[in-house]
Design a protein around this ligand. Structure first.
Ligand code: AHM
Ligand code: MG
Length: 323
């Protein structure tokens, strides 16, 4: 039998990348791994169970109606990290304000986590891949937790990752030492290292954008899309950021969500969509820009801040963001 490395083994092995590591980050990643498996189980039976499939009547801060699986995923990830001792607060796309853990064991937690528990949720009902995105920061002050802990630029991320619930389920993450991908073997319920040291090709032949908004895009973006067509690139747009990102990471390509008339600051959220994926993309040798600057250097001012996003192969992001 080939030598299989599990995510659990890998996390422990990589702890030595951080000379003064106490094991807290390893334990935190382990909690995320468990929540990912639980959410995966529910995602896989979404079509079967009426209580899970479908919408609730609650709207999140973005004014969108939450899907039941959104709520489930949010609760699962929060409870996996609550009162474990590593995390003192979580910000989620599904919650207006950060959730601060007040259990004594959590008060000293070194980390805060920003997450989108179930991205691409409009795709749940139609059996299309969806994902979870997470971003981990060290808290700023050991004596208090404030909004500022979450408003750190993306360059300060300690780790970031995503889970894609697709034809197979994968967990991909970075701690700033390259990007590694793990595929869930459902027969044994274990994530196994399947994509070691992932690198995105410098150039690609796929562009992913909601072209229905074409006439609302800035002039330079329209020109770039026209060039993609003239060069006969392939248009691929799932409408699940994690899935579009994952495909482009493996094959080479660009994902764009520019500003539009309806969404002048773009649609995607800086803290728990753009920043974690930008960290992963740069670690894989690609680029992520808001059109003017590196995503990771944008100074956040709000928890649910939006930003335009151009992310993928280096040569393509450079071309798409040229004036
Ligand atoms: P969500 O977090 O509410 O699911 O929204 C984010 C999603 C992304 O996954 C996807 O790339 C994008 O919104 C699609 O938006 P649009 O339908 O405007 O193209
Ligand atoms: Mg989302």
């Amino acid at each position: 039998m080939a030598n299989i490395k599990t995510l659990a083994e890998f996390i422990v092995e990589r702890q030595k990348d951080f000379p003064f590591a106490t094991g807290d980050l390893s334990r935190l990643l382990t909690s995320i791994r468990l929540a990912a498996k639980l959410v995966n189980r529910e995602v896989n039976k979404a079509g079967l169970v009426d209580e899970i499939l479908g919408e609730t009547n609650v709207h999140n801060i973005q004014g969108e109606r939450q899907q039941k699986l959104d709520v489930y995923a949010n609760e699962r990830f929060i409870s996996a990290m609550r009162n474990q001792g590593e995390v003192c607060a979580i910000a989620s796309e599904e919650n207006d304000d950060p959730i601060i853990f007040d259990h004594p064991i959590s008060r000293d937690g070194k980390y805060v986590v920003a997450m989108d528990p179930l991205d691409g949720s409009s795709n749940i009902d139609v059996n299309v891949s969806i994902g979870t995105i997470f971003s981990i920061y060290r808290r700023l002050d050991p004596n208090k937790v404030t909004l500022d802990d979450f408003l750190q630029p993306g360059t300060q991320q300690v780790a970031a990752g995503y889970v894609i619930y697709g034809s197979s389920t994968m967990l991909v993450y970075t701690t700033g030492h390259g990007v590694n991908g793990f595929t869930l073997d459902p027969s044994i319920g274990v994530f196994c290292l399947s994509h070691a040291d992932m690198k995105i090709p410098n150039d690609g032949s796929i562009y992913s954008v909601n072209e229905g908004n074409y006439f609302d895009f800035p002039e330079n973006v329209r020109r770039y899309i026209d060039d993609c067509k003239r060069s006969k690139l392939s248009a691929r747009y799932i409408g699940s950021l994690v899935a579009d990102f994952h495909r482009n990471l493996l094959k080479g390509g660009i994902y764009m969500y520019p500003s539009t008339a309806k969404a002048p600051k773009g649609k995607l959220r800086l803290l728990y969509e753009a920043n974690p994926l930008a960290f992963i993309m740069e670690q894989a040798g690609g680029l992520a820009s808001d059109g003017n600057q590196r995503i990771l250097e944008v100074q956040p001012t709000e928890l649910h801040q939006r930003c335009p996003l151009f992310i993928g192969s280096k040569a393509m992001v450079e071309a798409a963001t040229k004036d």
